[in-house]
Design a protein around this ligand. Sequence first.
Ligand code: T46
Length: 143
Amino acid sequence: MNKKLHSIADCKIIQLGKHYRPNGNLTAVEGGNKDMGFEIKRVYYIYDVPGATDRGGHAHKELAQMLVAVSGSFDVVIDDGKERKTITLNRPYYGLLLQPGIWREIKNFSSGAITLVLASLPYDEHDYIRSYTKFMEYRNIRR
Ligand code: T46
């Protein structure tokens, strides 16, 4: 049976709760909430990214993730092999849900940007598709 492949329309911005207080704000994320749709198995963060450096440039077969700009800003390019769009993350109370099977590139990091990533699975290099040609084959798209 063929597995459903997600499109970029399935990658949504999720507004996270924000607790305003005179002494600062707090945002909490709990795994398994209905918007996120997965339990959090891993957390990592990307920081100290030098100017004009891109990250990503791959897709995942099984992994779903939520990206949050907990500090600063950056652009996330998402691509399902047919359509491509760029989403800017610049607030710590918005998460971008990245579904499996979506190519992503992360660009234009501001100075001091920190990308918090909540992931549905432990790290596994075998889950990565790191070549765009292989990604198009995986998606069964001929150009
Ligand atoms: C993604 C974007 C948003 C680990 O050992 N454990 C981990 O959990 C991760 C994520 C990475 N690594 C190692 C593997 C590489 O030797 O850290 C090194 C850098 O990883 P990578 O080049 O994959 O980093 P990015 O920023 O290009 O991609 C990462 C995630 O790998 C990827 O899943 O979607 O952030």
